[in-house]
Write a protein that binds this ligand. Structure first.
Ligand code: ZN
Length: 103
């Protein structure tokens, strides 16, 4: 009895396995805020108005924290320029040290 049921199950399960779910998702992007599926023809969610990949932009802004400098998105232009100049000086000095050691 159990062998018959197992055989029936495998015979039934085999045709169901090839059914692909992803084709229904082609041509759409899911809104991360409300999960509405939008076509790629629109740049913002038709339900809530959130932009395409907007969550990635905000996540990228969070990753601009440098140790010793802080959050680069919160620095003023003058502080950013000073940090960039300090970084350039450090790179030049390290390059000069490496060139001196290798010569
Ligand atoms: Zn939305």
């Amino acid at each position: 009895m159990a062998a018959v049921a197992a055989g029936t199950r495998s015979a039934v399960a085999a045709p169901e396995a090839p059914e692909p779910a992803p084709p229904a998702e082609d041509g759409c992007w899911p809104c991360p805020a409300c999960a509405t599926r939008n076509t790629f023809a629109v740049d913002a969610c038709t339900a809530c108005g959130l932009g395409f990949l907007a969550d990635l932009r905000t996540a990228g802004a969070r990753s601009l924290v440098l140790p010793g400098v802080g959050d680069l998105t919160r620095l003023s232009r003058r502080a950013l320029l000073a940090a960039a100049c300090a970084f350039a000086v450090v790179v030049v000095l390290l390059t000069a040290v490496v060139a001196y050691l290798l010569s």
